[in-house]
Structures are given as structure tokens and as C-alpha cells.
Design a protein around this ligand. Structure first.
Ligand code: GDP
Length: 291
């Protein structure tokens, strides 16, 4: 959907209120997304498409190319994805188990996505934000030095699994690196890896190790820029442009579009949910579930 149409006012541009008719049936978006749709258009764009909002500050002739809309979902798909991340009586989002070794990982056949990133990058906050409409899901965090860090598996209905990988860092023990490496290399149903980078800091040494791992194993991966609420627009734009340049020139397997997010303002969270729903093939299934 063109940006200009959104600027006219979301509801007016689409001609639909938060609850829409599809054929003779009433199609209800989740209440949360209904609230998003009620936002003034500028705030809506900032919340749902933060990269696009940021690009407004680039001169048209700047020569920079932020890939804003490679993934360009409809509002209906955004709402469907929100619904998919909501627990209902017949669709449960739940913690399955944790594992320290790949051979202890649950044997799940559904598509899987994983989140990796250095300690403190904002991974648990992001996963909590993704599951904010399923508040009963406990996102476990084990950060105390000396505690075993685990891979945590979460089931999203019958559709897909989300895996929270332990954070790596300067002192990451070898067995931990082995665990992540083995998982990334061998997990058959892993369809996408989300690599988190702190937007305040940019790509650092530890991130480079993870990037090299993804590249070496020829994994399709996506860069998610966390904590975008923390920087000034100028600093954020500078970081985003530099990361975009890196992705465009130094990577093979990274999806060209960046996903900036904030677990505080929820900027970018709806788009990320929709992207996950789309790559796991869950949007169509969600459509038939609602009809
Ligand atoms: P993890 O170690 O990667 O799981 O990181 P956490 O999710 O625990 O976050 C590390 C720190 O960053 C915590 O103090 C969080 O409150 C903070 N944080 C995480 N995400 C955000 C965000 O989007 N915005 C801001 N301002 N702070 C964040």
C-alpha cells in the first residue's frame, strides 16, 4: 500500500473501520490491532513501519537506498498476524521446553524461527513484546553468570515454533557457542534466523561472529534493530544507513529489508509479527481459521 494513502488517514484510505466486512461475514481484527488502526496516520506509520517513517528524513537525492517495502503486507494481513499472536481458546501460544543441547530439543515438525543476539541486545524484551497478546506465556530469562543458558521453545498454535536462543557475548563459553552453532547448522525445520543488533550501538564484534555463522551455514536470516526508541532520529538514521550498507555489500543470506523495533513503544512489532506469520505460511491458515 502506498504511503501517501496512509497519510490520508488509515481508515479513510482503506474505506474500512477496525471491523470489516468480507463478503457477508464480519471480519474482526484483534482488539489490539483495531486500536492501532484508530491512530492518526502519521503515528500509525511510525508504529507499524518505522523504517519508512525514518526515511522521510532522507533527502530524495541522497542516493541512499533503504529497502522499505520488500515485505509489504496489507492491513488485513497485519491484523491476521496480530490475531495469530493472540491466545484464544482454540489457538494456544505456549512455552514447550528448554534445551541445552540440540538432541534435547523438542521434536517439532512445524516451521521454526529463532532469535539470536548478544547478551543485552533486547532479545527477551522483544520476544515478550511479540507475545504481549498472550500474557500467560512466560518468557524465561536466565542471565546470572554461571547459570546454564538454554534454548527456549514456544509453540504458536499449530502454525510455527519460536526459539529464543541464549545470548552470546564476550565471555560466551565454548559449549554455548557449540550449542548455537549446532542448532543453526542442523535444525532441519529452521526456516529463518532473526539476528538482533542494538540500534544504539550498531554492528559490533560479537554481532560479526553471528553474521559470519549465518553466512557460513548459508542460512536465510533477517536483521532486527532493537531499542529504536533510545536514539535521536539523527543517530538512528546514521546507524540504519550504515547497517543497510553493510547488509547490501557484505552479506549474501541477509534479507535486504531491515526490521527496526522497540519493545518499549512497540514500533515495528506488528510488521515483524506479520513477517514471521508470512514466512511460516501461517497467514493463509489464519485466514481459513477465521472464515
Ligand atoms: P537480552 O539480554 O538480549 O534478553 O536483553 P533484555 O531484553 O533483557 O534487555 C536488556 C536491557 O535493554 C534491559 O534493561 C531492557 O529493559 C532494555 N531494553 C530492551 N529492549 C528495549 C527497547 O526496545 N527500548 C529500550 N529503551 N530499552 C530496551
Amino acid at each position: 500500500m502506498a504511503v501517501r494513502r496512509l497519510r490520508l488517514g488509515v481508515g479513510r484510505a482503506l474505506g474500512v473501520p477496525a471491523t470489516r466486512k468480507r463478503g457477508s461475514r464480519v471480519y474482526s481484527t484483534s482488539q489490539a490491532f483495531g486500536e492501532v488502526l484508530g491512530l492518526p496516520s502519521r503515528q500509525f506509520t511510525k508504529l507499524v513501519f518505522p523504517l519508512q517513517e525514518l526515511s522521510r528524513h532522507l533527502a530524495p537525492d541522497s542516493g541512499h537506498n533503504l529497502h522499505l517495502r520488500i515485505f509489504d503486507p496489507s492491513l488485513e494481513d497485519l491484523a491476521r498476524a496480530d490475531h495469530l499472536f493472540t491466545t484464544t481458546a482454540r489457538h494456544r501460544i505456549e512455552y514447550v521446553s528448554s534445551a541445552v543441547r540440540l538432541d534435547h530439543a523438542p521434536d517439532l515438525l512445524r516451521p521454526e524461527v529463532c532469535f539470536i543476539g548478544r547478551s543485552n541486545v533486547g532479545k527477551s524484551s522483544l520476544i515478550k513484546a511479540l507475545f504481549s497478546l498472550a500474557p500467560e506465556v512466560e518468557v524465561r530469562v536466565s542471565k546470572k553468570p554461571g547459570h546454564t543458558r538454554k534454548m527456549n521453545f514456544f509453540k504458536v498454535g499449530k502454525h510455527f515454533t519460536v526459539v529464543d536462543m541464549p545470548g552470546y557475548g564476550y565471555r560466551a563459553p565454548k559449549d554455548f557457542v557449540d550449542m548455537v552453532e549446532a542448532y543453526l547448522k542442523e535444525r532441519r525445520n529452521l526456516i529463518r534466523t532473526f539476528l538482533l543488533v542494538d540500534s544504539v550501538v550498531g554492528i559490533n564484534k560479537n554481532d560479526n561472529i553471528a553474521i559470519e555463522m549465518c553466512e557460513e551455514f548459508a542460512l536465510p536470516y533477517v536483521m532486527v534493530l532493537t531499542k529504536i526508541d533510545k536514539s535521536s532520529k539523527g543517530h538512528l538514521l546514521k546507524q540504519v544507513l550504515s547497517i543497510q550498507k553493510f547488509v547490501d555489500t557484505q552479506t549474501q543470506g541477509c534479507f535486504p529489508q531491515l526490521f527496526p523495533v522497540s519493545a518499549v513503544t512497540y514500533s515495528g512489532i506488528h510488521l515483524l509479527k506479520c513477517f514471521i506469520a508470512s514466512i511460516t505460511g501461517s497467514l493463509k491458515a489464519e485466514d481459513s481459521r477465521q472464515n
